[in-house]
Design a protein. Structure first.
Length: 176
């Protein structure tokens, strides 16, 4: 199946584009920076966020889909998107909803950024995988960051990156 994803340029365009639902924007960008599924972002609570001096931020949580316990380092930018720390039992993205009604905000935001691809919330997870692989992160590490049980699942993204490389190779044409 075709997995839609955003380029780094498109993602940066979304950063600069206002969204009518600030919480949706923050959580979508958080997904693009962490690879987390919507279900895991929605249920994330502050007790699952840890900061270790000299090492940075980590999420320690149970994946909704696989039920596996994950320890995931996240970037400082991803940590900034979470906002100010609250009570341990409070949800990090409190009030986050993604129904057909709320998806209109996503489509409006994407359209306002000039992106014509059919992007759903889950595409931000795909974006994370493709951007990581494109920037040289090895497939094993990306697989672990996504919480995949089987590396074959992650190899789908490697095929996308190979296709992108093929496209890039054909972009430079000389007149002969």
């Amino acid at each position: 199946t075709r997995r839609e994803y955003l380029t780094l340029e498109e993602l940066n365009s979304l950063v600069k584009t206002p969204c009518n639902n600030a919480l949706l924007k923050r959580s979508a960008l958080f997904s693009a920076l962490t690879g987390l599924r919507f279900s895991d972002i929605k249920k994330l609570v502050w007790s699952e966020v840890e900061h270790i001096e000299g090492q940075g931020y980590f999420l320690i949580f149970q994946q909704q889909k696989t039920k596996g316990m994950e320890v995931m380092p996240i970037s400082d930018q991803a940590a900034q998107l979470m906002g100010e720390r609250k009570e341990p039992t409070e949800q990090v993205f409190k009030g986050l909803k993604y129904t057909a009604y709320h998806s209109k905000y996503l489509f409006q935001w994407i359209g306002a950024a000039g992106i014509t691809k059919d992007i759903t919330f889950h595409c931000f997870r795909h974006t994370y995988a493709v951007l990581q692989l494109s920037s040289g992160t090895d497939i094993y590490t990306v697989s672990k960051m996504l919480g995949h049980r089987d590396i074959k699942t992650t190899q789908i993204y490697a095929q996308i990156v190979d296709a992108s490389k093929r496209e890039a190779a054909n972009k430079i044409k000389l007149d002969f």
